[in-house]
Design a protein. Structure first.
Length: 115
């Protein structure tokens, strides 16, 4: 089992920045992928950014050039730097990890972009 706790969501004006962080605990040694997804009411949860245990990254087209995912092996955290935020980035952002057995999700953190 892996437990994930997100932090860093909030309210920001368009063009602003936020950093999301996710702390992992439990059986983390078998995690192969870390990442962030987001979801708005009435829509499917979608991938925002992923990073593998070998630090290969993948970004959704909407995130490329604006968001940056990173990991800290010593702290067992994964972070998502959100820059140049747009109103359409408003969503609940979920931390995600994948090991050989299952996918794990955090409880989600709300990100709201509005003028």
């Amino acid at each position: 089992q892996v437990q994930l706790v997100e932090s860093g969501g909030g309210f920001v004006r368009p063009g602003g920045s936020l950093e999301l962080s996710c702390a992992a605990s439990g059986n983390i040694r078998d995690i192969t992928v870390w990442g962030w997804h987001r979801q708005v009411p009435g829509k499917q949860r979608e991938v925002v950014a992923l990073i593998s245990s070998s630090d290969e990254t993948h970004y959704a087209d909407s995130a490329k050039g604006r968001f940056t995912i990173s990991r800290d092996n010593e702290k067992n955290t994964v972070s998502l730097q959100l820059n140049s935020l747009k109103p359409e980035d408003t969503a609940v952002y979920y931390c995600y990890t994948l090991d050989f057995k299952a996918a794990y999700w955090g409880q989600g953190t709300q990100v709201t972009i509005s003028s």
